[in-house]
Design a protein around this ligand. Structure first.
Ligand SMILES: [Ca+2]
Length: 177
């Protein structure tokens, strides 16, 4: 066992021997805290928005209430559930379940309730808010409607979910790639 003063001496020696690495680490922390938000701003400015964001379906949506099977309140619930399902590791089960319960007119209601939600490229979902939101938007982020979200979230492996989604959205002219 080392005595406390010996440990102190050792710490002093350690710092003496490792001055440069310690300065580097300190510098890295400063860069992270000070420069990152700035960089974030610059990068998102340059990058602009993903191509998929260039269309916004919401303008053209007219709901035929005589054909809907859900209330505005339920549409709102589904919209929130879908956003949750998109977050992090995509929960295809929930997405499929919801699309099996709604028809095309219901979907318009859900799309309106969903509105535009921020898609964070880094997080491949909603902004994470980790590190006080420092990382959010660093790879660019965009406000996207539900069709754009579905296209980003569902890949070629999710064929059975996509099938359920297509059945609902294709009759009203929306496309899932
Ligand atoms: Ca996701």
């Amino acid at each position: 066992m080392e005595k406390p003063q010996e440990i102190l001496v050792n710490v002093g020696e350690f710092i003496g021997k490792n001055k440069m690495p310690i300065i580097y680490v300190g510098g890295a922390v400063v860069v992270l805290v000070v420069a990152l938000p700035l960089l974030k701003k610059i990068v998102s400015g340059i990058k602009g928005t993903p191509n998929i964001a260039n269309k916004n379906i919401l303008g053209g949506l007219v709901v035929d209430e005589s054909k809907t099977t859900i209330s505005d309140q339920v549409a709102k619930q589904y919209a929130e559930q879908l956003l949750m399902a998109f977050g992090g590791t995509t929960d295809e089960g929930t997405i499929k379940e919801i699309f099996e319960k709604i028809n095309s007119e219901d979907f318009k209601k859900v799309a309106i309730a969903f509105g535009l939600r921020t898609y964070d490229n880094l997080n491949t979902g909603s902004p994470s808010g980790v590190l006080w939101g420092l990382m959010d938007g660093i790879m660019g982020k965009t406000d996207l409607d539900i069709v754009a979200w579905l296209n980003l979230e569902l890949g070629w492996l999710d064929w059975s979910t996509k099938k359920a989604v297509r059945k609902v959205i294709e009759p009203i002219g929306f496309v899932l790639n």
